[in-house]
Design a protein around this ligand. Structure first.
Ligand SMILES: Nc1ncnc2c1ncn2[C@@H]1O[C@H](COP(=O)(O)OP(=O)(O)OP(=O)(O)O)[C@@H](O)[C@H]1O
Ligand SMILES: [Mg+2]
Length: 332
């Protein structure tokens, strides 16, 4: 750990009551896109900043990267106000839609970035070769970027963010637009960053990826943080569900069970799958049997981040009804 990191302990990123107003349109009307958000990122974790399109993720990241100024509040990285510049050598950044000079090869573009970020001439070739290997592009190193697939370009983007050996890496949607194999590759790279002791901040809306890689998350909806906490706790604390498969039920009974237990239905040929709150499991089994049906299987389901995410979004749309997520963690 460097001396800069030691001064502020465990907190690598700290965002406090950050507000952002954009002025746009005729008469430059003010539009508030961040409503006083607060969160922190700890040393050595993979932190997921999660939210739907337009929630304010990229805006927040641009503020952290010093690309735009906040309209209020404070933000610091490694104990330094984000408006300072000297500490930037400790951070790496993958922008949302990176674009590269595509007439260059992978090796050339990384050499270019290594030069820009001050890697000395004598170390450059070796550093670039190490990075190419690290992101799995050694074979393609001397092909032009215009021949690269999207997954390969994303790996170039990640290599670019690591060229100067930063201790904190910020990634804006690192897995978007990738096929499942590309996603797995990038996911493994991110996990390796953590294994090397780096702190990773990533913006994303791909929830299965969040479940797989992120230690902690903050959910942002319409410029407000709706939840912040440990990913596993979020999943455990969320409402659990049961999946029951039944056979031999009449259409009338199915509709009745659906309504009584607020169940979600899926037809499986002559069987029916019902999903409902775990606490109603005994009663549901009894009801299926009483209706003349058979219980084929009963399986507990872990609440998915997706359902929690959707409830955070729904609650944001109706704030007066209160948040189901409130009280689950360190809500802002
Ligand atoms: N320069 C700008 N001027 C005006 N409004 C802006 C500007 N940049 C972003 N916004 C608005 O701020 C809001 C948040 O945008 P932002 O790009 O931060 O969202 P996001 O969470 O990154 O979404 P996505 O998942 O689509 O990338 C949006 O309503 C967007 O239209
Ligand atoms: Mg974005």
């Amino acid at each position: 750990m460097s001396s800069t990191e030691a001064q502020h302990g465990d907190e690598i990123v700290r965002v406090e009551n950050v507000v952002k107003d954009f002025r746009s349109g005729f008469g430059l009307r003010k539009k508030r896109v961040l409503h006083g958000i607060s969160f922190s990122v700890r040393q050595g974790e993979i932190f997921g900043f999660v939210g739907p399109n337009g929630a304010g993720k990229t805006t927040t990241l641009k503020i952290l990267m010093g690309l735009i100024r906040s309209s209020g509040g404070s933000a610091s990285i490694l104990g330094h106000d984000v408006r300072e510049t000297a500490f930037r050598k400790h951070i790496g950044f993958l922008p949302e839609n990176p674009s590269f000079y595509d007439f260059l090869t992978g090796r050339e573009i990384l050499t270019f970035y290594a030069k820009l970020s001050g890697v000395s001439g004598s170390q450059r070739a070796e550093r670039v070769a190490t990075l190419l290997k690290w992101v799995g592009l050694t074979q393609a190193a001397d092909s032009r970027l215009r021949t690269y697939s999207k997954g390969m370009l994303q790996r170039v983007g990640i290599a670019q963010a690591l060229v100067h050996e930063p201790s904190v890496v910020f990634l804006d949607e690192p897995m978007s637009g990738l096929d499942p194999i590309g996603r797995v590759e990038i996911r493994d790279l991110i996990l390796r960053l953590r294994a090397e002791g780096k702190t990773v901040f990533m913006n994303t809306h791909i929830l299965p990826d969040v479940e797989m890689v992120c230690d902690r998350v903050a959910i942002i909806v319409q410029g407000c943080i709706r939840y912040q906490g440990d990913t596993q706790e979020l999943l455990v604390e969320g409402e659990r569900e049961t999946e029951l498969v039944a056979a031999g039920l009449s259409a009338h009974s199915v509709v009745d069970l659906e309504e009584r237990f607020a169940a979600r239905l899926r037809g499986l040929g002559d069987r029916i799958e019902l999903r409902f709150a775990e606490k109603n499991t005994d009663e549901m089994i009894r009801a299926v049997l009483d209706s003349g049906g058979r219980v084929v299987s009963v399986a507990p389901q872990r609440a998915s981040l997706e359902s929690l995410f959707l409830s955070a979004v729904e609650n944001a749309e109706a704030p007066e009804s209160g948040s189901a997520l409130t009280g689950m963690g360190e809500v802002e």
